[in-house]
Design a protein around this ligand. Structure first.
Ligand SMILES: [Zn+2]
Length: 156
């Protein structure tokens, strides 16, 4: 669990949830380290499409496949799969393609959040991380997102 490659996979996974959530105008959320896992909880707002919720939840798995090739780690996405079911969705696989398309179109934003998250994570190694530990704040994620906004066509 503590190997660098596991961390990298988890960081790409978590950053991707944020990128796709912001694409669908969910408010940005803090990324926490809690009980040995990265975690971020995007709260919805009235009128949000359930399909968008499913795609946000599938984004972590989609990013793992996009960045590391092969299949995503089902254990790392088991909570995401469970949430999709809870909200009445189908299998997580059914939303991977749409999530992947968004991530591919927003690759630079994804990489920027990954880089920042990695930096903050590494930088906190010797500080004694409380549980939960806020690795990156919603404001910081928003700032990166906003710096890319002008690059996107409305449809992507
Ligand atoms: Zn996830």
């Amino acid at each position: 669990m503590t190997s660098i490659s596991m961390d990298a996979r988890a960081i790409w996974h978590e950053a991707a949830h944020s990128v796709v959530a912001l694409r669908f105008d969910f408010p940005a959320a803090d990324i926490l380290w809690e009980n040995g896992n990265f975690k971020c909880t995007h709260t919805g707002r009235p009128g949000i499409s359930l399909r968008h919720v499913y795609i946000v939840l599938a984004a972590g798995a989609a990013a793992e496949e996009l960045e590391f090739g092969g299949n995503y780690n089902p254990r790392g996405s088991s909570a995401d799969s469970a949430s999709i079911s809870k909200f009445g969705g189908a299998r997580i696989e059914d939303y991977l393609l749409e999530a992947t398309e968004i991530l591919a179109a927003r690759r630079q934003e994804l990489e920027s959040i990954v880089k920042e998250l990695q930096k903050k994570w590494q930088g906190s190694i010797f500080t004694g991380r409380p549980n939960p530990f806020k690795v990156m704040s919603a404001e910081e994620i928003d700032a990166i997102h906003n710096s890319f906004l002008s690059q996107y066509a409305p449809a992507i």
